[in-house]
Design a binder for this molecule. Structure first.
Ligand code: 26W
Length: 820
């Protein structure tokens, strides 16, 4: 039984606009310290946030006290990333204040949309994993699970991307410049974090080893900053607690007095560095020492906080697994496994067996990628120098696990070496994936396909040893942000058609299905889509000076730039289409705009080259009169959560074209479908399940399957022969390599082209013809407009299952053992 959301909802008082206007004025005066005559738009924003935050606080305290009084089990979600974006609209909408707040502000001469646009994006994440954590936080509050998110309060979040002459340029994101009106600083909630030093063994009089004491040489503190997370209709308010690094002594007085003014600040700078920047690496190597320090910093602070809360409520730690579920969002917090063991043994006096049992029953771990270069491992010497006690504990865990494995008599020496927490080949490294796996009772993948591949590839041996641990939890997205808030037009139309139930229970959106065949409804649906496209067209005109026609098909690929996501396939198809339009001007081409957006990891050379190519191709195609506006290519800079909120509702076609077997799930695919775009995609990640939900006729699937990709790779795949066998592809590739798009530097794309001819690991050539054919199928359906919108409506009606409320309820029941 799932609890219905409205059943337990506290009475939501919705103040009238006059009351709200009064509150805003008072906040402006007493919280911001400004009068209406001098207030800037920013001041109005701050005042409005303070008003809504005050209202949240009552619900927040109620929820916290209830969890305490009822002795409810709490969920702790440890994540190095929370890509929450802007919060004000979210809060207005979830508290039911949007309309009255708009009116209140209007009465004060303030435009809600204008000030909402000034709120900086909290970009504390790279991409899918970070955004998933944000959706999960909102869903946990909505389905009424007492939960805390734990992460780092990065002073500089994800970099801001500018495009200079077609190239990506990274600029620091300074989201805290105007302060952060959402957060509560908790100076008193600070924990010490150590690094380095040595381990002492304490022995009893009779010579028995009693315990270990880690004596670190470096010390900093982690200070808590809390942000309230409001669920739908303020059902519950949970806490996102982010740690900031601070020195224990802000200034070393001895050094200062001795005249060493710089040395006096050394500690301060080191502490500061821990929460200075988010590593902008997404599925790409981030092997620096500072990264491991960040991982340990936030893991230990969170665990100390959790243990302190548990002890003060329950008095002992034996009951920890019954009252706390700690979740590891990928391996980034995997160091929490030996850290919990250390705290239980060295500080709280437990023996290894008991501590190990508690640890495994407390942790769960989600894997988000199978890409070998994204699997974290740390060199043993670095690990040992920074965290000597943890190194000992890792060896102790390893001994335990390898003994268990040997005892089964099922494993060869080679298999045992793959189960080991220590990689012995080459330089010795600690494997964080194996550590997270053995320290957790549940290990989940994020789509059905991905979970099966986990069992067959990276975790095959561990799965054989612990066959009950791996399970699937297909990702989801919050329909509050990704429908109700970002697409008010479609929300209003849906309410008009099927009533309000879908607002509380997204499954009810199924009701729209009945309207797919209703011509009048389809027209209204098309009108909503069109107005969302006009909004995007205006944004593109303002920011880039490019004019696009809202009646063209809007074809959008937005996500991190990565070779496996195959933006290159999309660009090559654009070039091929460009050739076709010019050589067959007599044909009835359907106007199309191809939008691209996404950031490349700063150190990822090929990804940056792909951005430049998209921009070069756009420049040539957009300015060629023989195209007659039938095709435009637009690279939208600085793709982030706020931009996604404009792009998703405006899309007709969603590009989900990764090489099969490589995208763990994808979540953009879900956002597009819920906003009425049709998907063109491969059988990869959650696309497989989206296809099952929307039906074969309402999605364009093409290309090799995972098994076929593996088969081609192992049977001497020859991309050169494939390219030469496809006239369209050959022509497109030749255009790039001959410098048609880079006349100033004809060999600019040599590496990309050589890669295609010689290796093509990502099967761009192998899938090209199938992709181009699928695109012509898209054109054919688009030409028949009623048919297109019927399919689009069916997409909206059939993807309610991809709500993160559903995902979270599955985690609650099958991993965390908490009611939801
Ligand atoms: C080495 C540093 C590193 C490694 C991996 C940083 C970040 C990662 C993440 C695992 C990358 C990521 O965001 N993965 C995405 O997770 C989404 C949520 O589950 C999935 O939908 C995407 O398919 C997956 O790529």
């Amino acid at each position: 039984m799932t609890r219905t959301m409205t059943a337990k909802a506290p009475v939501l008082e919705i103040p009238d606009p006059k009351t709200l206007a009064h509150e805003v004025l008072s906040a402006l005066k007493y919280r911001v310290g400004k009068g209406t005559n001098v207030a800037t738009q920013y001041d109005w924003l701050t005042a409005s946030i303070k008003v809504v935050r005050d209202r949240i606080v009552d619900h927040w305290m109620q929820a916290t006290q209830e969890a305490y009084a009822q002795q409810e089990k709490r969920v702790y979600y440890l994540s190095l990333e929370f890509l929450i974006g802007r919060l004000m609209r979210d809060a207005f909408s979830n508290l039911g204040l949007m309309d009255n707040m708009r009116e209140a502000l209007k009465s004060l001469g303030v435009d809600l949309d204008l000030i909402a646009g000034l709120e900086p994006d909290a970009a504390l994440g790279n991409g899918g994993l970070g955004r998933l954590a944000a959706c999960f936080m909102e869903s946990m509050a909505t389905v009424d699970i007492p939960a805390h998110g734990y992460g780092i309060r990065y002073a500089n979040g994800m970099f801001r991307q500018e495009i200079h002459d077609g190239w990506q340029v990274e600029l620091p994101e300074t989201w805290l410049d105007h302060g952060n009106p959402w957060e509560f600083e908790r100076r008193e909630r600070a924990f010490e974090v150590g690094f380095g030093g040595s381990v002492e063994s304490i022995t009893s009089k009779d010579g028995r080893l009693e315990r270990h004491v880690w004596k670190p040489t470096e010390h900093v503190q982690a200070v808590a900053y809390d942000t309230p997370v409001v669920g739908w209709r303020a059902n519950r308010v949970n806490t996102l607690r982010l740690w900031s690094g601070m020195p224990i002594d802000p200034i070393l007085l001895d050094k200062f007095n001795a005249g060493d003014h710089i040395g006096a600040l050394a500690e301060s700078n080191k502490a500061d560095a821990l929460s200075r920047v988010l590593y902008p690496a997404d599925s790409h190597k981030a092997g620096q020492e500072l990264r491991l320090r960040q991982e340990y910093f936030f893991s230990t602070a969170s665990l100390q906080d959790i243990l302190q809360r548990h002890l003060s409520q329950y008095g002992d730690l034996v009951s920890l697994p019954d009252k706390a579920a700690i979740h590891l969002n990928d391996t980034h917090p995997a160091i929490a496994v030996p850290e919990l063991l250390r705290l239980l043994m060295d500080i709280h006096g437990m023996d290894f067996d008991q501590a190990w049992d508690i640890t495994k029953r407390t942790f769960g771990y989600t894997n988000h990628t199978l890409l070998p270069e994204a699997l974290e491992s740390w060199p043993v010497p670095l690990f040992e120098r920074l965290l000597p006690r943890h190194m000992q504990i890792v060896y102790a865990i390893n001994a335990q696990v390898l003994l268990e494995a040997r005892a089964t008599n099922q494993f060869s020496g080679e298999q045992i070496s793959r189960i080991s927490l220590i990689q012995e080949a080459g330089d010795r490294r600690v494997r964080m994936g194996n550590l997270a796996f053995v320290g957790s009772h549940s290990i989940n993948g994020v789509s059905a396909l991905h979970t099966e591949l986990m069992k067959e590839t990276v975790f095959a041996d561990l799965h054989k040893l612990y066959p009950d641990r791996i399970n699937n939890k297909t990702n989801g997205i919050t329909p509050r942000r990704w429908l109700i808030q970002c697409n008010p037009g479609l929300t209003a139309l849906t309410r008009e058609a099927i009533g309000d139930r879908f607002l509380d229970d997204i499954d009810a959106i199924k009701g729209l299905e009945a309207f797919a065949g209703d011509a009048a409804f389809r027209d209204k649906f098309a009108a909503v889509k069109r107005s969302n496209k006009v909004k995007l067209a205006n944004l593109v005109a303002d920011r880039l000076g490019i004019r696009v026609d809202p009646s063209a098909l809007f074809d959008i690929q937005v996500k991190r730039i990565h070779e496996y996501k195959r933006q290159l396939l999309n660009i090559l198809e654009a070039i091929a289409l460009y050739d076709q339009i010019r050589s067959h001007p007599e044909l009835d081409w359907m106007p199309r705009v191809k939008f691209f957006g996404g950031k490349a990891a700063p150190s990822y050379h090929n990804a940056k080259l792909i951005i430049k190519l998209a921009n070069d191709v756009a420049k040539v195609i957009n300015s060629d009169p023989s195209v007659r506006g039938l095709l435009k290519v637009v690279f939208v800079p600085n793709y982030n959560v706020s931009l996604a909120e404009v792009l998703m509702p405006a899309a007709d076609l969603s590009e989900q074209i990764s090489t099969a077997g490589m995208e763990a799930s994808g979540t953009g695919n879900m956002k597009f479908a819920l906003n009425g775009a049709l998907t063109i995609g491969t059988l990869d990640g959650a696309n497989v399940e989206i296809k099952e939900c929307v039906g074969d006729d309402n999605i364009f699937i093409f290309g090799l399957t995972t098994a076929e990709v593996a088969e081609r790779r192992s049977n001497g795949y020859n991309p050169r022969a494939v390219i030469e066998g496809s006239p369209e592809l050959a022509q497109a590739v030749a255009a790039v390599s001959s410098g048609v798009f880079s006349p100033d530097q004809p060999d600019r794309y040599r590496e990309l082209i050589d890669g295609l001819y010689n290796t093509d690991w990502f099967m761009v050539a192998a899938d090209f013809d199938a992709y181009a054919a699928a695109q012509r199928d898209v054109d054919a359906v688009w030409r028949n407009s009623p048919d297109w919108y019927a399919r689009a409506i069916r997409n909206v009606a059939r993807v309610g299952w991809f709500s993160s409320d559903r995902t979270i309820r599955q985690y609650a029941k099958e991993i965390w053992n908490v009611p939801a």
